[in-house]
Design a binder for this molecule. Sequence first.
Ligand code: ZN
Length: 489
Amino acid sequence: MTWETIIGLEIHAQLSTDSKIFCGCATRFGDEPNANTCPTCLGLPGALPVLNRRAVELGARAALALGLHINQQSIFARKNYFYPDLPKGYQISQYDQPFSANGELEIMTAERDEAGHPIEWRPMKIRITRLHLEEDAGKNVHEGLPEVDRYSYIDLNRAGVPLAEIVTEPDFRSSWEAYDYVNHVRRSLQWVGASEADMEKGNLRCEANVSVRRVGDEKFGTKVELKNLNSVRFMQRAIEFEVARHIKVLESGGTLTQETRLWDDRALETRVMRSKEEAHDYRYFPEPDLPPLIVSSEFIDEVKKSLPELPEERRKRFADQYGLSFSDASQLVADRSLADYYEETVKASGNPRASANWIRSELTRELEAGGLSAANSPITAANLGKLIALIDEGKISGKQGKDVLVEMFKTGKGAEAIIQEQGLVQVSDTGEIDSLIEEVIAANPEQLANYRSGKESLLGFFVGQVIKASKGKANPKVVNERLRAKLQG
Ligand SMILES: [Zn+2]
């Protein structure tokens, strides 16, 4: 490897407040354009901003969920630029005294195979330059409106919606590290209720600064900013594309331009949006209409106390308390409702490993097919736990259990009701099983001869035949034991 990839990330996460950060307008998504506006968020002369306490609380939840320190004093500042969706001509943000600065965050990241499947996980430290609070801008709308070739339409419902901007140092060395980081941040913010953090809805937006340099070089290469990354996977692909493009240009003796590029998810390539001949001068200065934001240590303690057990702590506890593998435990803490669901299932089943297996395989398959999540699963955790307990007690077989689960998912009924309705009882009675075994042996004399002359792998064939003859009701453990004895002759 002669090239090294350097990536830094900026995330904008919408904080889940009901009203905007500096006025009382609703943050509701999907309302009539410009319905949720007032003199303050329209930038009318004389209107004054008032800071929304809830936005500060959620900002604090976000910072603490990421393990960041919160500054007792931060200053709002005006970031001046001209754009049609920015009615005041400036955005209220934070500059040299942000809400949180110089943090560090540990994530788990994985080496991956060609298809992107994780091979081996390892911890990694990421330096967080800053987390600050700011307002969002409005939106230019170009679709579905008359004469869009002649007019730009502006919707200011989003203007003034609270954001947390989280900026990292250029610490990522591969697109997958960036991918694992964004997923970590997204889950952390969702977990503590700071943000819905849904990239497809646009309430989590991500920009990547990408460059390459020869291994051993101190100086960074020319950096390109990637935007329009509508999912974590698109971001990962866009970075891969860009790295390959940089290396190709540099190896053929060309030069790169510092520019902003957009990811096109149909063409699977990046395109120039604008080139940056020089850095923007935003002429930041302290916002004169807002006092410094003072956050007391009591306030921070209160927020800390109200946080749930965080995902990484919970993953470690799952491994210790339930004996789960890293992969099982990680999967089960992918979101908070799934982790809760798992623990409730264990309470009802008394079997942590089987609960993890059933949730990760059978239940997840049904949920995914139905476009659902654990939070709105038609099978309650208590009912799934009961099903697992019935299998452990030998009432029904594991195979029958899978069919029962599908039926439970369809009808929302409990396992016992379905077992009764369908007459699904596992046969463990040796007399009944023995007579099935005799039938099967009589019908397969050739296999019997082969088995007896040493081909022991045929045992599986006989087990399969007996279970089939029982219409799936025979207890496989009993079948196995009885068959071994009978086949010896
Ligand atoms: Zn407003």
